[in-house]
Design a protein around this ligand. Structure first.
Ligand SMILES: Nc1nc(=O)c2c([nH]1)NC[C@@H]1CN(c3ccc(C(=O)N[C@@H](CCC(=O)O)C(=O)O)cc3)CN21
Ligand SMILES: CC(C)C(=O)C(=O)O
Ligand SMILES: [Mg+2]
Length: 291
């Protein structure tokens, strides 16, 4: 890993009044340009996944500036084991719902496995569907150096691209769900991947499950914003899967998840209370009835 140079580290402490994305007053939809200028201002920002219009509208009203229609919909919304089986048709339908449910957030649509690996032309055809049929403002795809030609053609064609390096879950069958970038050689590869996606024209890059020190170095090295998930506190932005952070997913959570609510318990308790009322004959009451 190249030497960390604290002297060159820009101060990235967002002050009050330096909150154009979260807490900003704009009623128009946030653009890719708003995102890139946030790094220049040293403003950190939150991203959440969303898979449906209702949930997306809650986050939009809460001021979440960027939403990712992640292919994590595969395991978090559609009942698959992994993200691998998710189709472009499914991503198009879910992305369209999230766009309809929001008015302010920038919506990023995840390109699913198999929709861009054949090459730049397939990537453009797939991304065009998400832009034209769903109305997303940007797309995301996995891979660093290996995806740079795809990123170049999309950007040339006017489609903003968020890249995604480190752990790339669509490659689970070859790489597993392991921390990436550990050790000198792997760290150098991650830095090459980060520079490759920036050079190809990506407006931002997700860093998934990489050591915090390496993510900090990538963040200092790039001029585009880094979006961390399991990448420590020093990335320009953070992303979490919404069902994880609200405690709905169930099962064992990755170490990087912070649970901000226990929706699984809230919803389960409510369902049981309703069932008890129906079985016990205490719902509906007269106030719920028409005469
Ligand atoms: N519910 C959910 N949350 C996610 O964050 C997520 C998905 N699904 N699906 C797509 C990818 C897959 N992701 C994953 C999947 C597994 C681990 C995991 O098992 N992590 C271990 C670390 C393993 C190691 O130390 O090498 C952990 O405990 O964090 C992490 C991210 C992140 N994404
Ligand atoms: C975890 C994020 C970055 C993602 O790609 C997804 O939710 O699909
Ligand atoms: Mg994804």
């Amino acid at each position: 890993m190249t030497q960390l140079s604290a002297a060159q580290t820009p101060q990235r402490k967002p002050a009050e009044g330096n909150r154009a994305l979260y807490g900003g007053k704009t009623n128009r939809r946030i653009t890719v340009r708003d995102i890139t200028t946030a790094k220049e201002r040293g403003e950190k920002w939150p991203m959440l996944t969303a898979y449906d219009a209702m949930t997306a509208s809650v986050f939009d009203e809460s001021g979440i500036p960027v939403m990712l229609v992640g292919d994590s919909a595969g395991n978090c919304h559609l009942g698959y084991e992994t993200t691998v089986p998710v189709t472009l048709d499914e991503m198009t339908m879910l992305s369209a719902a999230v766009v309809r449910g929001t008015s302010r957030a920038l919506i990023v649509g995840d390109l699913p496995f198999g929709s861009y690996q054949e090459g730049p032309v397939q990537a453009l055809r797939s991304a065009t569907r998400l832009v034209k049929e769903a109305g997303v403002g940007a797309v995301k795809l996995e891979g660093g150096e290996r995806s740079h030609r795809q990123i170049e053609l999309l950007v040339e064609s006017g489609i903003p691209v968020m890249a995604h390096i480190g752990l790339t879950p669509q490659s689970v069958n070859s790489m597993g769900y392991r921390v990436q970038g550990r050790g000198e050689e792997a760290a150098q590869q991650l830095l090459r991947d980060a520079k490759a996606v920036q050079d190809a024209g990506a407006f931002a890059v997700v860093l998934e499950l990489v050591p915090a020190e390496l993510a900090a170095e990538v963040t200092r090295t790039l001029h585009i914003p880094t979006v961390g998930i399991g990448a420590g506190p020093d990335t320009d932005a953070q992303v979490l899967v919404w069902t994880d952070m609200l405690g709905l997913t169930g099962g064992r959570m990755p170490k990087f998840v912070k649970q901000y609510a226990d929706l699984r318990k809230v919803m389960g308790d409510a369902a049981k209370a309703y069932a008890e009322d129906v079985v016990g004959g205490t719902y509906p009451q007269d106030e719920h009835s028409v005469h």
